[in-house]
Design a protein around this ligand. Sequence first.
Ligand SMILES: NC(=O)C1=CN([C@@H]2O[C@H](COP(=O)(O)OP(=O)(O)OC[C@H]3O[C@@H](n4cnc5c(N)ncnc54)[C@H](O)[C@@H]3O)[C@@H](O)[C@H]2O)C=CC1
Ligand SMILES: O=C([O-])CC(=O)C(=O)O
Length: 264
Amino acid sequence: MSESLRVVIVGHGVIGSTVAARVATGEVVGAELVAVVNRSPVANPPAQQLDLPAALKGADLVVECAGQPVVHEIVDQVVSAGVDLLVTSVGALLDPELSGRLPQLGPGRVLATHGAVGGLDLLAAASRGGGFESVLMRTTKQPGALIRQWMEPEQIELLRTATEPVLVFSGTPNEAVALFPESLNIVAGVATAIGSVEPLRVELYADPAATMSTHRIQARAQLGEYLFEVRNFPSRDNPRSSAITPFSVLHSISGLTQHPPAVL
Ligand SMILES: NC(=O)C1=CN([C@@H]2O[C@H](COP(=O)(O)OP(=O)(O)OC[C@H]3O[C@@H](n4cnc5c(N)ncnc54)[C@H](O)[C@@H]3O)[C@@H](O)[C@H]2O)C=CC1
Ligand SMILES: O=C([O-])CC(=O)C(=O)O
């Protein structure tokens, strides 16, 4: 690896453009932006816009900010080139085909950002110390951010006209990330931290009064009980995503430099 971490951002949308701009201006000590990769041309990119094969030649780290399907598209190409892949669309890592292959992939590493939630360090520690009896993750967002094409017209109408909180989904982590690929990647972050999908159940609520996106993680472990409630403002440009997310990705990049944050 060269002295500074050479970063390529894949996906120059709401999250990727903020991450790219801030890495380009040197905000992450020890990291430099060498290229952006995007499906369509980027006006005034903060570094050269390349296709992925060209970008990989000068990269130490690829940061995916493009959606779950793109993780599947690029993961083999990136890690087989010896480049690490930091995933924002973490839900892709729960896909049965990919999750089964993850331990064999390399020599580059597949890493996940904590994204719009926190507390994963403590959950990972509790997982080492005996594991979990149960983990319930309850997310609440604005109804408009949760409408999906696969929904029945009646469900869409219910979301459009709701006057009080509505339970939109209750189920397993795998179902959650497949049905809400742009809203519940955080579930995969929690599953990765606790090392299993088994104890984890997910509930998703639409609340017309919600001005913030709430993620509540309630875990009962052998070593203790943990309750984290995160209340994020939604991104102005994409109300599905929390505005904190690009800054979480920047924090994750920072942890991979030779000048990582002091709290481990
Ligand atoms: N882990 C977490 O907490 C969170 C994760 N996310 C994930 O981040 C993803 C990105 O979110 P946004 O930036 O808000 O979406 P966005 O729609 O604004 O940006 C996506 C960008 O990816 C580009 N893109 C699509 N396919 C591509 C391809 N094959 N190659 C290169 N570029 C491609 C698009 O042109 C677009 O510029 C979401 O889809 C979601 O999966 C979002 C919020 C929180
Ligand atoms: O930003 C959030 O609140 C969570 C999110 O969209 C995701 O995990 O995909």
